[in-house]
Each structure stands twice: as C-alpha cells, then as structure tokens.
Design a protein around this ligand. Structure first.
Ligand code: ADP
Length: 510
C-alpha cells in the first residue's frame, strides 16, 4: 500500500467545528463544517454541549474525507486546534460530561476570581500569579470554571478527588474521544492549551502545586501536559488507525500556520475579536504594557517557544453589530462598499468598548463611544469609523508589543474573516507604517494544527520545509507619511479618553 498523502486538521472554534484535509503542499483538499449550538442559560453565561461537539467532529471528518474523495487510509496524521480556555469535565468510566462546557467568554466565575485575588492579602491582587502563569486572574481562563463545576455539580468534588472525573479543554475532550473514550482514551493536553488554565507554570511547563492549592483543584482531575507535536495515540473510527499527533490552541495554531516560528515573527487574526501573537522564541517575556504571556508551541522534546499576546475583544463583532443592531448593512462584506462611498470618516471616531477595553488598556469601566459627530456625519462615515477602529486597536496592541520586546515589527501577517476587507487592510498598513501581508491559505488555524501533526510523523521534515510552503497572496504598503499617521493616532487617543470612566454607580450596567 502506498504511503498516505494527506493530513487532516480538526478545528473546533467558538461558533463551529471544521475538519480540513491538506496535502503535502499545504493546500486544502476537502472541508466539513457544522455550527455549534450556543447556550445562554443566564446573562453572562455561555455554554456548549460537549457531546454535540464530539458528534459534530465525527460528522465533519466524514464530510471532509468525502469532499476530498479519501478515506482513513489516505490520512497520515490528524491534528487538533480548539477554542481555548473552554472547560469540560466528564466521568472517565461512562464518558458522560458532568456539566455543559463552560465557554471562554462566560463570566459567571467573577466571585471565585475575587476570592483568589484576595486570599491572605491585605490588598486584592489580580496579578499575584502573573510571573508564574503570564496571566492575570480573570474569568477568561479555565481555573475558575473548573472550580465552579466542582462547587456546583452535586458530588463533583468528591468524584474528582477519587479520580473518577477528568477535566479538559476541548482539545483534551476530542483527543480522549478520538483515541477510544472509555476504552483507553488518552487524557492529555498540550502546553499551549495548558498555558491558558492559570494552573501551569510557564517555566516548568507542569501543573503548579501553589496554583492548584489556591484554586483548591485536585491534581487527579488534570490531564498530562504533552508537547504540541508528538503521537498522543491512535484514532478510532472515522479515522481508524491514524495517529493523532498535533494539538495547538487556535491562536497559537494560526501563528504556526503563518510560519511565524521564530522570535520576532508575528501574526494578527481578525475574527470576532483580534488576537496579535508575537513569538518571543525561547524567552519568557513578561509584559509591562497590558499583554499576556503564553506558550507559542513546543515540538516533541524541543524547547518551548513563548509569545506575547494582545487580545482585542470587539473587532469583527462590531461589523455584526452594524448589521444586526443598527441594520445599516445587510451582510458583513457590505460594510466595505458603504465605507467606500465616502472619502473619509467625516470626523467620526468609534471606540467599540462594548465590554470595556481589553489589551492594552484593560479598562472594565469603559463603554462604547462614537465621537466627533456633526450634522454632516452619515451611516457611511460610521461604517468607515468602525473599520478604522479595528485598525486603531491593532496599532495599540502592536505598540505594546514593540515596547515590551524592544523589537519593532517590520511586517504583519494577517488572517481571519475580516481580511477580505481591502479598505481595512490598506488603512491598517497606513496606521502601522509597515506592510500588511495576506497569505494564500487563509485557514491558517487548521493549517497550523495539520503542520504540528504532520511534523510528528515525518510527513513534513521540519519547520524550514513548512516555511517554504507559506505563500503570499497580497500585500498592502503604507501610503501615508509619519506626520499624517501621528495626527490620526492623536485623535484616536482623544476618542479612547472619551470612552473611559463611563461605568460608575449612576450608569448601572444593564
Ligand atoms: P471567528 O473565527 O472568530 O468566528 P472569523 O475569522 O470567521 O471569526 O471572522 C468572522 C468575522 O469577520 C465576523 O465577525 C464578521 O463580522 C467579520 N467579517 C467577515 N467578512 C467581513 C468583511 N468583508 N468586512 C468586515 N468584516 C468582515
């Protein structure tokens, strides 16, 4: 029998699960995709059904194989990439989750975070574990979600202590099921996902006793932490006999898919929110400017590579807001046509601080503001201001990155749904003052997971070979001078000022 010529990536995002088959050149050969049901039991609560995610995963694998005209025997390896931080807990003997998956956006655990920030301290400190984990104490990460399940599902804590239950992020849940579930499924996560739990020490890359104590999380619950590229186990149907050999959290996978393997390389993803990841190589860089520190990847026994991450909450979702809440466009792509119908923003600036401002400000007291309005401003100017806001926020995160690393980025590789927008890409290049580059394969997240899996089985030889596969599709060069850029940024900063200090005892949050 000839050697299998393809690698399959499973990409579980927040809104859907996809499977994509790639060939040796890194080109797409088949795709399957199914939406995930979003469950909102209460304000601020966001859940997924882990069983739906698993059954959808099986279906999308079958769809992708069918579209590519292949079967399991043609697949050399399977990789997994996933929405990060989303937390699942299940019974190891039945495979049944004890509760729905608590999604990364869920904020129900604020009181758990507050307690840990206060423990034994005269002044609460959300940064008390930042040196160890690279993260502030926040509901975003997995630890407080685990605690919530242990405290609120009857019997969960006792069953966790006796080793009956397993915790995992979605990568772990999928791997356990793919490798046999109750019949010997592997209970493993990779370093990138573990680095988003608030429980892993960035230096030792292992679960940390002090952190487990602070959150009162039993060690027995936790998966083994493995590298991002090694054979974790062998898949059951529908990929019977295929090695499962790559795991990366979604933003890290996009970085890998963009071939940003080395220190000083970066990518920026424009999706629901924006995530800029700057590879700092083998060095752990602690941000002084509002960025997170995270693991970028670790290949087998190799050294871990680290990254700084700038997370922006509202970018693509602002375009959805123009469509769904204002109704001034009927599809996301229409925003470009509308914005192009005017030559500039007409003086309007839009700060989309819908849930406060994330990186680099971290200001929960901020709220959305449209400023500079006159009788002249119309909906096209608002559309333009919305697109510009995406680029301005990215500029802020890039400035924070440059300040933290002392290295000025010389170009930015982009991916995600919004990069179809050429007006945005040009304005982004103008504001950054460096080229913005779009790759041929826009599905860099799935591609990164495929790369990690393929490397582990020798399908690809090394990262140099992968670097050779990366292909530029288009680049935008800055077209304004420094003076013009400085003016734009100064006005944007004024607009940001206007959005701050909004939430107080009188402006009650609805
Ligand atoms: P995610 O992975 O977070 O679900 P995607 O990378 O699929 O996001 O990108 C989807 C986002 O991109 C949506 O929020 C949508 O509003 C936005 N988007 C899609 N096409 C365009 C466009 N042509 N112009 C501006 N925004 C767009």
């Amino acid at each position: 029998m000839s050697k299998p010529q393809y690698v399959l990536a499973i990409d579980n995002g927040t809104t859907s699960t996809r499977a994509i088959v790639f060939d040796h050149a890194g080109s797409k050969c088949g795709t399957g995709q199914l939406e995930t049901t979003q469950i909102f039991p209460k304000s601020g609560w966001v859940e997924h059904d882990p069983r739906e995610i698993w059954t959808n995963t099986v279906k999308v694998i079958e769809l992708a194989l069918k579209e590519a005209g292949l079967d399991a025997a043609d697949i050399a390896a399977v990789g997994i990439t996933n929405q990060r931080e989303t937390t699942v807990m299940w019974d190891k003997s039945t495979g049944i989750p004890v509760y729905n998956a608590i999604v990364w956006q869920d904020t129900r655990t604020q009181s758990i975070i507050d307690e840990v920030a206060e423990q034994g301290l005269s002044v609460p400190n959300v940064n008390r574990f930042k040196d160890k984990t690279g993260l502030p104490l926040a509901t975003y990460f997995a630890a407080s979600k685990i605690v919530w399940i242990l405290n609120n599902v009857p019997g969960a804590r006792e069953r966790a202590e006796t080793g009956e239950l397993a915790f995992g992020t979605i990568d772990t849940w999928l791997l356990w099921n793919l490798t046999g579930g109750i019949n010997g499924g592997k209970h493993i996560t990779d370093v990138t996902n573990a680095s988003r739990t608030l429980l892993m020490n960035l230096e030792t890359l292992s679960w940390d006793e002090e952190l487990l104590d602070a959150f009162q999380i039993p060690r027995e619950l936790l998966p083994t932490i493995a590298s991002s590229s090694e054979i974790y186990g062998t898949s059951v149907s529908p990929l019977l006999g295929v090695p499962v050999s790559g795991i990366l959290g979604d933003q890290q996978a996009a970085t890998f898919g963009q071939a940003a393997f080395e220190s000083g390389e970066a990518k920026n993803t424009y999706g629901t929110g924006n995530f800029l990841i700057f590879n700092t190589g083998e060095e752990i860089v602690h941000s002084q400017n509002g960025l997170l520190t995270t693991v970028a990847y670790k290949l087998g026994d190799g050294q871990a590579h680290y990254a700084l991450e700038g997370s922006i909450a509202v970018t693509g979702s602002l375009i959805q807001w123009l469509r769904d809440n204002l109704g001034i466009i009927s599809s996301a792509s229409e925003v470009e046509t509308l914005a192009l119908s005017v030559p500039d923003n007409g003086g309007a600036y839009f700060v989309p601080a819908f849930s406060g401002l994330f990186a680099p400000h971290w200001r929960p007291d901020a709220r959305g503001a449209i400023v500079g309005l006159t009788r002249f401003v119309n909906k096209a100017h608002i559309a333009r201001a919305a697109l510009e806001a995406v680029a301005f926020q990215t500029r802020e995160v890039l400035d924070a990155t440059n300040a933290d690393t002392g290295v000025a980025l010389t170009e930015v590789r982009v991916d995600g749904g919004m990069i179809a927008n050429e007006l945005l890409m040009q304005f982004q290049a103008d504001l950054l003052g460096v080229p913005v580059i779009r790759p041929v394969v826009a599905e860099t997240t799935a591609l990164g997971a495929a790369y990690a899996a393929g490397l582990a089985v020798g399908f690809w030889a090394n990262t140099d070979e992968l670097r050779g596969l990366w292909q530029e599709e288009k680049r935008w060069l800055p077209q304004i001078d420094d003076e013009e850029r400085a003016k734009l940024l100064r006005v944007w900063n004024k607009a940001v000022e206007k959005s701050l200090n909004w939430i107080d005892e009188d402006s009650v949050q609805l």
